[in-house]
Design a protein around this ligand. Structure first.
Ligand code: GLA
Length: 386
């Protein structure tokens, strides 16, 4: 069975909001409407966030008499269609969640055996995005299960971004490109810098752990087929410096930018991070190249990302618990992306430097870059050849 996904639905990494990281199954129509309102009024929509995705917990415990998935009537008394129309009327897009198994991870009706039925149901609702998870799938092949659903979505006729959430267990980067537009590459994220958070039989991971875990599969990510490093934890309890580093790293990695915080209580610092246009431009760069780690010495890590027109993004991360001095003499370095045959040769080319967190800073690569960097903080520079 060969899958043919809808093409060009995600030429750049998808941007939006998902309910899970903050609300888990405690979602309802008031929350969704308020989140959609705030996505527009806060300015998030104008910098590119457009998908509102309901994760696990939107359904009732059983399907209806016709076998249709039933939105939980207590959480969504007006029905899900009204909500979808509401979100669409704001100029935004709408996504839902289900699972390839018999039940979702939180125990709601799964899609196994109902793939075509559910695909036609989603098309009738006019949704734009489907996150498709991997719980309760014992004994089935991931590639086959995701292919079946991809084909079902095709058959139903409504272009829907297909987000594979298989946690990287069966290396979806090896087979996902014809099937879906993005795929998770790890277990769930946790709002910490680089911790492992144990749940007994499984763990969730700090953002730097996820990046390190999957930095070597960058050749599989690109326009319309993204490595998904999981939804953002910006605004969910880490320090300001850690939130900055998390967002910068996701931009360097060309990961989807799906906010996971409560917009109704978002601080101005969180909003400022999530709407940093220069960072978003690095994430949304048309080449769609996943950045890579250039070096790490003494807990100072440097990640780089080639951008269109010969530009490069460079991020300095202080992974230590103390302040560090960054002293980077460009002339002693060259960045090479062998995979894409791109390089930055600082001996022969001078680049203009913009600090995207501090737009007042301007310099060039003629002189060394020097700065203090607080614990767990980040500096991100955009280099443009002169
Ligand atoms: C899995 C996914 C999460 C979330 C939950 C919902 O753990 O990886 O992103 O969707 O299921 O139950």
């Amino acid at each position: 069975m060969v899958a043919q996904k809808y093409k060009d639905l995600a030429p750049t990494p998808p941007m939006g909001w998902n309910s899970w990281n903050t609300f888990e199954v405690n979602i309802d129509e008031k929350l969704v409407m308020e989140t959609a309102d705030l996505m527009v009024s806060s300015g998030m929509a104008s910098v590119g966030y457009n998908y509102i995705v309901l994760d696990d917990g939107w359904m009732a415990k059983e399907r209806d008499a016709n076998g249709n998935l039933l939105p939980d009537p207590a959480k969504f008394p007006s029905g899900i269609k009204v909500l979808i129309d509401y979100v669409h009327a704001k100029g935004l897009k709408f996504g839902l969640y289900n699972c390839a198994g018999t039940k979702t991870c939180a125990g709601f009706p799964g899609t196994r055996g109902y793939e075509f039925h559910d695909a036609f149901f989603y098309a009738s609702l006019n949704i734009d995005y489907l996150k498709y998870d991997w719980c309760n799938t014992e004994g089935i092949s991931a590639k086959e299960a995701y292919t079946t659903m991809s084909n079902a979505l095709q058959k139903a006729g409504k272009p829907i971004v297909f987000s594979l959430c298989e946690w990287g267990d069966n290396q979806p980067w090896n087979w996902g490109e014809p099937i879906g537009n993005l795929w998770r590459i790890s277990g769930d994220i946790y709002p910490c810098y680089d911790c492992e958070h144990s749940h007994g039989t499984w763990s969730s991971w700090g953002f730097f752990r996820i990046a390190e875990m999957r930095k070597d599969i960058r050749q599989f990510s690109g326009p319309d087929h993204w490595n998904d490093f999981d939804m953002l934890e910006v605004g969910n309890g880490m320090t300001y410096q850690e939130d900055k580093s998390h967002f910068a790293l996701w931009c360097m990695l060309a990961s989807p930018l799906i906010a996971g915080n409560d917009f109704r209580s978002m601080s101005s610092e969180t909003l400022k991070i999530l709407t940093n246009k220069e960072l978003i431009a690095i994430n949304q760069d048309a080449l769609g190249i996943q950045g890579f780690k250039y070096s790490e010495n003494n807990e100072l890590a440097i990640w780089v990302k080639p951008l269109q027109n010969g530009d490069w993004a460079v991020s300095f991360f202080n992974k230590s618990t103390i302040e560090k001095d960054v002293n980077f003499n460009w002339k002693n370095h060259a960045f090479t992306d062998a995979l894409n045959q791109l390089s930055a040769q600082f001996k022969t080319t001078v680049y203009a430097i913009k600090d995207v967190w501090n737009t007042k800073y301007k310099s060039t690569t003629v002189k060394p870059f020097q700065s203090k960097l607080a614990s767990h903080d980040v500096i991100t520079l955009r280099l443009t050849p002169q």
